[in-house]
Structures are given as C-alpha cells and as structure tokens.
Design a protein around this ligand. Structure first.
Ligand code: MOS
Length: 734
C-alpha cells in the first residue's frame, strides 16, 4: 500500500480496540518468566554447548601470538576459535568497529576468541588459560584533548556547517546574547537482558536465536560477515529484554556463536557478560557543545548557533547533537555544525534518541539561561520563539506541531505559576527547592513495513511480521490494529514476531516502530478484508467488519466462514511517498520537574516529574505511558548519575558493570505523570500515530538540570549534575 497523502477516514478511526489502555498480551508470559529469551531457548535444538568470549586487554595495536594449548586441554572444552584463525570478517554497513578476525585491535575488549565447552563454567575457566602476546600502539582516548584535531562533518550542502542568513552579524547585533559550552558524557544502554545468541548449523544453513531490534539488518550483516547467502540465514528474536539502540546491529555474540558452533559441530549459545558489554559493544558518545543565542529586545531569537564535537573510531559517525536545533525554535540567522575527532575508544553509536537526547541536554539549559538573562519566564520564552514552519526551509510546514500546547498545558497542570524565578530562594528545612522546564523534540521517521495476516475458520486472526517488541508493547498494539481492522476482539488475534521468515518490517529503532509496523499490519488487513469479501461473494466496499462478523445490509456472516474451506492469507507492505519531505514530521513534549537539593550535602532528589506529549494518535495509552515514564527515568539517569568513566591512559570505560555505572532505581523516582495531547496526525500513516519511545527522553535531563539551578543558583553545564559540581557554591544554610 502506497501512502502518499493525508489519511482519510478508515476503520482504525472507530477506536473499538485501538486507542484503549489494554494490558500487554505478552504480559503474563513476561511476568511468569515463561517468555523465552535468547539464552533460554533450551528446547529449539538439542545438544547445546556454551560459548565464552574474551576480548582484548589493550586498546590499540596487534596480537602477535595466542597460545591456546592449555585451554584446549581443559575439561569439557569442545572448540576454540581465535581472531588469528581467520582474516578480518567483512563488516555490514552498520558496524564501525571490527567484529572479529585478524590480528589488529582497534578498541579495548574487541573480541579475540571464543571457547566452546560442555558447560558455561568450563568455557569460562578454559578461556582464562589462553595466553595472548601483543604489540600495542599509542591511542587517543581523551575527547577534550582530541577536539582540537577534530574535523568538520560536512553539512547538508557539503559545507562545513549548515547556515541560514548571517549568523555572525546577527549575533553581534543582538540585544541579549549567550555563548556557553556544555558537555555530556559517554553513556551505556544498560538494558536488562545482555546480548545473547544461540547459533545452530544445518549444513550451510545457519539459525540464530538471538536478541536483536532489527531482524533484517541482522540477517543481512551476519550473511555478509560469514560469506553466506541471506537465504541460508534465519534470525529469530521474539522476546527482547531491552535494547535502547544497543541491539540495532550485529554484535560479537551472534558472530562468535555462529563461528563457535561451526567449529564445535554443535549448537552454541553465548551471552555477553555485563563487564564485556560496556567495552565490546556500542555506547552513546560524549559531546562538547557550544551554543550561541542572540535575541532582540523583546526576546525573539535573531541568531542561533549550535556546534557539537564528538569522537569515534575511524569511519564512525558523530553524535548528531545539533539535529533538534535545526527545527525547534524560530530565528532568521542560524548555524549548525558538527566536528568529529578520532578516538580509539569502543564504538560510539545509536542509543535511545541518538542526537536529540544529547543535543537537548545542552540546548534546553541554554534556553533556560537565555530566559533568565531576558528576565522572562522560560515557558514564555519558548512559546515566544515557537515556529510553525521548518525554520531552515521556510515554505515547509510541520505535519503537526503542538509544542505551545504542551508547554501551556504542562505549566498549568504542574503548578508552574508557583515557581519562584529567583534561584535559591525556596527552602524547606535543609532542602533547597527548585522547578525546571524543558521542551522535548524528536523526529517521526516514516519507513516501510510489511506484515502477513491469516484468518482461520474459527475467525482467529494471526499476524506475522519480523517486527520486534523490545519491551515497548508492539505485540499489543499490533493485535489491537488487526482486531480493529477485522472487527474481532483482541483475544481473537495472535501475533508472532521477530522471525526473519516473516515479511520485513520497520523494526524497532528511532521510535519508528509503533506507527510504521502498525501501518504495515493495517495494509495487510485491508487486503485480507478484500479476500474475505470476495470469498463470501460480497461487494468489498460495503462489507462492514464488527463483532466477529461481516455485515452487508441486513446479511450477517461469521468472519471465520470466509476461511471455511481453507485459511485465508494476505500480505502487504506500507510504503511512503514523499509525505515526510513535503511536511516535517516531528513529535513534541514539555517536561516539568521539581527537585530538592540538600543545602548541606548537595544531594539532589527529584520530587515530581510531568511530561506532556504531542505524538499523534496514541495507539495504547498504557503501553505508551510506560514508554514515556521509562524514558523519563532514563533522563533522570542522564541528568544526575550516568557516566562511563574513561581511563584516558589505557583507553577503556572503567565502570563497566551495573555497580559502577549508576542508573536510577525506584527510590530515585518518586512521582511521574504523563499526559498525551488528544490528537491525530493524518500525515504520518493510516494509523495517524507517531512514536513516543524516544520523545519521552528528549529534554528531561535539561528540565532536571534547570530545576537544580532554580534550587541552588549554581549553574552546572557539565553532565551528570553530581553534587561535587555544586557543593562548594551552595548558598549558606543558616
Ligand atoms: Mo534506537 S537508538 O534507533 O534503538
């Protein structure tokens, strides 16, 4: 189905099932521990052996010798494959760091060998007996030092920066100015389920039971790496214990499970250990961001510049922290630019809201600082600088943009008028109290997505697609979509996901999953409805689907009757024309936060959080709310605690476990509210929906940092806002 113009009225608009806060259909499996995750696929293939991966203990150089004799002789060992046993494997387009093969080491904990044994303990014990010798090179591990050698990343028009108007002139002529630099640290995804794969060969055919967000990418990339044809690879990933972008791409668990299984002649399963994940897989790169804003006397932005520097391995991508600044606020004179430094740290890559999450951490403090300089309320300042068109391409409208409504509604619900604009002026005993606000912004990406739907004689509808559910609620919203389209209740629908034998979907990434994969199911259901009508000899345009029946005029047929002779199967893919070129498609939010800061210890305690989101139709308010509160929690981590500590001499992340890398726990998050504006966006798809999974994170950290400033009067521009950064400057407590 081609989607090339605003959606009209369609069966989804009935909202009999879609739009309701239904429980997850996979909830019972999850809460009873019976959903089979990759490492628990005990029953899919017999004689499973265990693989244990080791990685380089240095960051850069080459391995000169690996002695595996002792390891091979250890109890239970079935096979060992080392990186010296083969040439460097070919990367798929999504992997910057080398996955395996050859002597060259480009980052700490690059995989160097897999040991396969009868038990996990035997594999781990044997791995410790491998002796490795190497020559190591000097590397660059310090972004602050490397930034001076960073090279410009080409802008959209091939230049060193994207420009509109004359930023420098407008900035120097502006009545009020800000020029500040903000930094964000390296972060890790810290999903619950580690990367894990069970691999089995049948001749040339490879099956991977794995944990991956993007089935088709993973299938293509493992085929490339191992020199297989895609048809000989099957990937299955029905349950995923979190990904956050860390499982978008092929990683060492899948590659080495496959190589280990080949060498051992047995199925092999591998889970990356937690300390290995942080340095072997990807992370969100640190940034150094300079922001300049100039306004006229009334507080209207006349000049805005956002320049960001990040680091990565050679050929790696920058952290696109400037993206939101291209679209969020008005201003005639604009400059955005990125610089990229070569660092020999592990690969920087996508983590939940890549670009915007880091960019808004800086931009939305800058907006707060600017409002203060203007003596203007920060909510007012943002509303004053709203734009209803793409500010870089003025003729181009947004498909929908309700940022102002998010800010106004949020301010009212949160009690923003009670905020004292003078910092450090509200106290409760030994606690300094503050409120902060930030805008949230994340683009809505349209990407084609396919699905197959089956109807049996009992009227049961089965959805099959390689779409994944990474904890987001995909099973449930796809069941709701099929139920709405076929006029059945949700327990008449089965959803099977994550299998590369099924039609290729959008996958889970970039908050594009919900809208696009549901639209794919919608498209397949439109075809199935036609098939049903045809089978029953009814005019398709007049057939109504409801209550498990098909109605035409006064005639009623049970839906299953159409599949009486044989099952009906329909398949289709939603494909988009240029609706996202003609209209900028984005999602918007406001975040409001109240904190207490202990006046003696500097400890920060979040008291209340509110997000108001504008994201088109909300397919399921319960699963969407869970997405947003999870994201707000992640934002609390980003604001107050999360930071991969870089050893700048030896080149690795030191706090590579969940004891050293702190994420929020329940006690850190006392109260959260989420409000969705009641809206539909007919330009996003026939579902009229958009994503919220990343929007919920965008802006949160800055709202917290702004609340801390309002409490203390100490401006911290270096995340995370830990107490050591403001303790010495807190107001005197008397
Ligand atoms: Mo997302 S960072 O594209 O999973």
């Amino acid at each position: 189905m081609k989607f090339d113009r605003a959606a009209g009225q369609n069966p989804i608009d009935q909202l009999h099932v879609v739009g309701h806060p239904l429980d997850r259909i996979d909830g019972r499996l999850k809460t009873t521990g019976t959903a089979p995750y990759a490492y628990e696929r005990h029953d899919v293939v017999p004689h499973q052996a265990y693989g244990y991966i080791i990685g380089s203990a240095f960051a850069k150089g080459r391995i000169t010798r690996m002695d595996v004799a002792h390891a091979k002789a250890a109890p239970g060992v079935l096979a060992i494959v080392t990186t010296l046993d083969m040439p460097a494997l070919k990367n798929g387009p999504m992997n910057t760091a080398k996955l395996f093969g050859g002597p060259d080491i480009t980052h700490y904990h690059q995989a160097t060998a897999i040991v396969v044994a009868e038990t996990f303990e035997q594999a781990r014990a044997a791995a410790a007996l491998i002796e490795t010798e190497y020559d190591h090179d000097e590397g660059q591990f310090d972004l602050k030092q490397a930034q001076h050698a960073a090279r410009p990343v080409q802008g959209a028009n091939g230049s060193r920066a994207d420009r509109v108007g004359d930023f420098e002139r407008a900035f120097s002529a502006s009545a009020t100015r800000l020029d500040e630099t903000y930094t964000t640290p390296d972060q890790t995804h810290a999903m619950m389920e580690p990367h894990a794969t069970l691999a089995a060969w049948e001749g040339e055919k490879l099956t991977l039971w794995t944990s991956n967000q993007m089935i088709a990418w993973n299938r293509r990339d493992i085929a490339t790496a191992l020199g297989l044809s895609k048809e000989n690879v099957r990937v299955d990933s029905p349950y995923i214990g979190g990904g956050f972008g860390g499982k978008l791409f092929l990683r060492s668990d899948a590659v080495l499970a496959a190589l280990g299984a080949k060498a051992a002649g047995r199925p092999v399963k591998v889970a990356l250990t937690r300390p290995f994940i942080m340095n072997n897989t990807t992370h969100r790169s640190a940034t150094i961001q300079r922001i300049r804003i100039g306004t006229d006397r009334d507080g209207r932005i006349t000049a805005i510049a956002h320049e960001s520097t990040s680091g990565n391995l050679p050929h790696g991508r920058p952290e696109a922290a400037i993206d939101q600044t291209k679209l969020l606020y008005a201003g005639a004179n604009r400059l955005t630019a990125m610089r990229l430094a070569v660092l020999d740290l592990p690969e920087g890559n996508a983590m939940r809201a890549p670009g915007e999450a880091s960019g808004l951490m800086a931009l939305e403090i800058a907006m707060d600082e600017m409002a203060e300089r203007l003596r203007m309320d920060p909510v007012r300042f943002r509303i004053l600088n709203d734009t209803q068109v793409d500010p870089e391409k003025l003729g181009r409208p947004f498909s929908q943009r309700h940022l102002v409504e998010c800010l106004e509604h949020g301010a009212e619900k949160f009690g923003w008028s009670r905020r004292n604009p003078r910092p450090a002026s509200v106290r409760e005993g030994e606690w300094l109290i503050g409120m902060g606000v930030a805008a949230g912004f994340r683009n809505n990406l349209l990407t084609k997505s396919g699905a197959r739907v089956r109807l049996d004689s009992q009227g049961i509808v089965t959805v099959e697609t390689d779409m994944t559910d990474i904890g987001t609620g995909t099973y449930t919203i796809l069941a709701q979509t099929a139920a709405e389209m076929m006029g059945v209740c949700i327990d008449q629908v089965r959803v099977i996901l994550g299998d590369s034998d099924f039609p290729v979907s959008a996958g889970s990434g970039g908050q594009w999953g919900a809208n696009n994969s549901a639209a794919g199911v919608y498209a397949a259901c439109v075809k199935l409805r036609e098939n049903v009508a045809e089978k029953l000899g009814l005019p398709p345009a007049e057939a109504q689907f409801s209550g498990g029946n098909v109605h035409v005029g006064n005639s009623v047929f049970p839906l299953g009757q159409a599949a009486h002779e044989s099952e009906l199967v329909a398949e289709d893919t939603i494909e988009y024309a240029d609706v996202d070129k003609r209209y900028q498609q984005s999602t918007f939010a406001s975040h409001f936060v109240e904190v207490g800061v202990n006046g003696f210890t500097g400890e920060v305690r979040i008291r209340r959080m509110l997000a108001v989101c504008s994201a088109g139709r909300i397919l399921n308010p319960k699963t969407a709310r869970s997405q947003v509160i999870g994201a707000m929690t992640m934002g609390a981590g980003a604001a107050l605690m999360e930071e991969l500590a870089v050893d700048t001499r030896r080149g690795f992340f030191v706090n590579h476990d969940l004891a050293g890398y702190e994420v929020p726990v329940h006690a850190d998050i006392p109260h959260q509210d989420v409000i969705f504006l009641d809206e539909v966006d007919p330009l996003s798809s026939p579902m009229k929906a958009k994503g919220v999974g990343e929007l919920g994170l965008c802006g949160v950290a800055a709202a917290i940092a702004n609340a801390v400033y309002n409490a203390t009067g100490v401006r911290v521009r270096d995340y995370p806002v830990t107490l050591d950064k403001h303790l010495a400057h807190l107001p005197r407590m008397t």
